[in-house]
Design a binder for this molecule. Structure first.
Ligand code: GDP
Length: 205
């Protein structure tokens, strides 16, 4: 892969590639991809739209549980962003929960082009057990795990900082190597940092 670490992040080429319900329908496992995952309604679509600067890229919705497929966006032939199904939504049918309950860990464990996993969690709620499951499934198999604690605009500055501290402490204790940052799609908090880090993961050798 060409060495373009010094390039400015450019997500303007992000485009829908395909949506897959089964792992055998995934695009070829080459180049680099960064995947986004999170509880339904945590703000994953808003984060993807904000980071890419493309408002309609991932559909945002007030009805949680709607994302039921692995959605791929290409930046170019070598770089992809991946929108993984939201989890933890009570009304999701059991059969679908079971399907993703084994499909997601398998994707995380087998996808060679997966450079980093971004876990989106509501800063007001911190880590939930379903986020901990994802952290456990991805440990030792995904090189980089990074949490976006989003909707930070809904907390005071000190409460947001406290939320980050609590999550950081748990990550250090139980999920070594995982990192976290505050984020807000509406107030633009942490957007540049997230954009730079995602770009770095997509472009470094
Ligand atoms: P997803 O289900 O995880 O993809 O969540 P969405 O991105 O669809 O967001 C769920 C709801 O939270 C929507 O009503 C969004 O407008 C809202 N939301 C998402 N991110 C933010 C944020 O940073 N700040 C605030 N205040 N609301 C947000």
């Amino acid at each position: 892969m060409e060495n373009n670490k010094s390039e400015e992040p450019d997500f303007s080429t992000a485009n829908f590639l395909l949506a897959a319900h089964e792992l055998r329908h995934l695009p070829e496992d080459s180049g680099a991809e960064v995947a986004f995952v999170g509880r339904s309604n945590a703000g994953k679509s808003s984060a993807l739209n904000r980071i890419t600067g493309k408002k309609g890229l991932a559909r945002t919705s007030k009805s949680p549980g709607r994302t039921r497929e692995i959605v791929f966006f290409t930046l170019d032939a070598e770089k992809r962003l991946v929108d993984l199904p939201g989890y933890g939504y009570a009304k999701t049918p059991k059969s679908l929960q079971q399907h993703w309950g084994h499909t997601l860990p398998e994707y995380l464990a087998t996808r060679r082009s997966l450079r980093a996993l971004i876990i989106v969690a509501d800063a007001r709620h911190g880590l939930k057990d379903s986020d901990r499951d994802i952290l456990a499934w991805s440990s030792n198999v995904v090189p980089i795990r990074h949490l976006l604690l989003t909707k930070a605009d809904k907390l005071s500055r000190s409460k947001a900082a406290r939320s980050l501290e609590v999550v950081d402490a748990e990550l250090q204790r139980d999920f070594a190597g995982a990192s976290a940052q505050l984020f807000s799609a509406t107030a633009n908090t942490g957007v540049q940092l997230a954009r730079n880090t995602v770009w770095r993961w997509l472009t470094e050798d």
